[in-house]
Design a protein around this ligand. Structure first.
Ligand SMILES: Nc1ncnc2c1ncn2[C@@H]1O[C@H](COP(=O)(O)OP(=O)(O)O)[C@@H](O)[C@H]1O
Ligand SMILES: [Mg+2]
Length: 400
């Protein structure tokens, strides 16, 4: 064992791939954000009046994941802070990621914390928390930006009450001013919003389009210079990462992840260059991680549905009809003492699994019997197994 470890240490430590791999992590914000000049300018134009004492409009930012929304927002606010300091205008900024803090209480507690308002651990109602935030904020003549990133998570989980209160807060403030920046990856998010919240949150709207492959190449090239040893990454490797990520809705995060994981695979092999094969394998690894994570966090009935399909295929039934699938699913649900969902609901779940790339569903013609939908699993059973290993109720099916 120690010999093989010696070998591994030697191999990994002698490989000269990265100068600084932290520059490839998703939370690192580079000094320049190529191909976002327009969004940076628009956001800065909207927010800069704060330095002249007026309240900037609220801004609603939307676009797919990995299109630079978080990076651009943090970048502009940072620059604004620096400018404010020069002019002796302190800005209060609360950055809240609502995917992590997805309850009204958490968000309000974060806001209080951002301005050092005292909050006991428990025992306050959200309206009391809001009152304290308001009171402490209004003690002085100051400006505050509230960034609610991935705000759809908050609204889906806890409703739009806090959002409603926040978009109206300026009516109750006498000295202080608040501007809200709401960010979402969910393009249909506004469907969830009360129209009044929608219109006050969206005083200004900013859309982040997906990056093209060529734009992603520029982003990767810029990052490569500082993160990788010179000569380790070839133009072909950058092109490949960019092309793969462009297919994935122009996602810069995916492009950077590919480059990082490919670098790690090369390092592990003791290679002194990142090759296209490392990128291909990185793609497989990331895809597997994505699928496993999606399944792991699914509701129980969706898992049962996947298990049903797995069992059917294990018995050699590749490409079963939705009717056959429903039958097995119902049996399994009942064996757990659960009422099966309706066929209609299951049909929706099947479409969802199809969209997520876990199953493939297609309509086929059955001659004079009309048309029917046929489904296949497209995830290897080893991935299913990994995704469900924490769920002992369903995991037992893999042991049979
Ligand atoms: N124009 C850009 N230039 C350089 N890096 C970028 C650019 N856009 C996004 N990134 C990087 O891609 C990753 C994802 O961006 P992020 O802002 O988190 O996307 P979003 O918030 O839209 O999901 C981050 O690591 C970010 O630094
Ligand atoms: Mg983001």
């Amino acid at each position: 064992m120690s010999d093989s470890l010696d070998e591994l240490f030697k191999r990994v430590l002698s490989a000269k791939i990265f100068i600084n791999r932290d520059l490839l992590r998703p939370d690192y914000i580079p000094d320049e954000l190529p191909h976002r000049e327009r969004q940076i300018l628009r956001l800065a134009e909207t927010l800069t009046p704060i330095l002249k004492g007026s309240r900037p409009s609220n801004v609603f930012i939307y676009g797919m994941t990995g299109t630079g929304k978080t990076a651009v927002t943090k970048y502009v606010l940072n620059r604004l802070m620096i400018e404010g300091k020069k002019k002796g205008i302190p800005l209060n900024i609360a950055y809240i990621n609502c995917r992590h803090d997805d309850t009204n209480y958490r968000v309000l507690a974060d806001l209080c914390e951002a301005i050092n308002a005292k909050v006991p651990f428990t025992g306050l109602s959200t309206s009391e928390l809001f009152r304290r935030f308001l009171k402490t904020l209004d003690i002085s003549d100051r400006a505050m930006f509230v960034v609610l990133d991935e705000v759809d998570s908050l609204v889906k989980k806890s409703g739009d009450r806090v959002l409603y209160d926040l978009t109206r807060i300026n009516n109750q403030l006498i000295r202080a001013k608040v501007s809200i920046i709401g960010i979402t990856n969910d393009l249909n998010f506004t469907d969830y919003l009360d129209p009044r919240v929608r219109s006050s949150l969206g005083e200004e709207e900013l859309v982040f389009p997906p990056y093209t492959a060529v734009e992603l190449e520029d982003i990767l090239r810029q990052r490569t210079e500082k993160a990788f040893v010179n000569g380790v990454i070839s133009p072909e490797v950058i092109k490949l990462c960019a092309a793969l990520a462009a297919k994935e809705h122009g996602d810069a995060r995916r492009a950077l992840d590919l480059l990082r994981v490919a670098g790690e695979l090369a390092e592990r092999e003791g290679s002194d260059k990142v090759l296209e094969i490392h990128v291909r394998n990185a793609q497989k690894e990331l895809e597997k991680d994505r699928v496993v994570e999606v399944i792991r966090t699914m509701p129980f009935h969706s898992k049962l549905l996947i298990i049903s399909l797995y069992l059917l295929e294990k018995e050699g039934k590749r490409g079963c009809t939705t009717g056959e699938l429903y039958e097995v699913y119902s049996k399994i649900s009942k064996s757990y003492g659960l009422e099966p969902l309706t066929q209609r609901r299951i049909s929706d779940l099947i479409n969802e699994l199809d969209m997520l790339g876990i199953i493939n569903a297609k309509v086929v013609s059955k001659g004079r019997y009309g048309r029917t939908k046929v489904v296949n699993l497209i995830v290897p059973s080893s991935n299913l197994k990994e995704a469900m290993k924490e769920d002992s109720m369903v995991y037992s099916f893999f042991e049979k």
